[in-house]
Design a protein around this ligand. Sequence first.
Ligand SMILES: [Zn+2]
Length: 133
Amino acid sequence: MLDRLYLSLPKEALNKERFEMPRAESFVQGTKTIIKNFSPILKAINRDNEQSKRHFVKYLAKETASPANIEESQLILGGKFSDFQVNDLLKSYITQFVLCPVCKKPDTHVIEKQGVKILKCEACGAISSVKGL
Ligand SMILES: [Zn+2]
């Protein structure tokens, strides 16, 4: 069973080094949750432009059902969330909207083609349509 699982993995996924998920450093302050290193995270996942920032902040607001705002290099969520929850959200976002669905590398950016946003991968050249991008 394990052998078969191993064999079914694409060869490329085994050769290339794994992407290291950035870790959010967050803490609760009163009724808010502060992600201290939001800017470095955006840089690490190559989403350090206004459009991508807005998309990520909107995602966090929706998933936590709380207001989310960037303040300097931090992100402030208007609710109390554990470090585990915050990192879980970060991981979900990256898996869904940053990693290339084909090669799983983070070297992607969002492009618009005929009014539709798609994910373009610089590592393998794949162009993927991602729901909610
Ligand atoms: Zn790729």
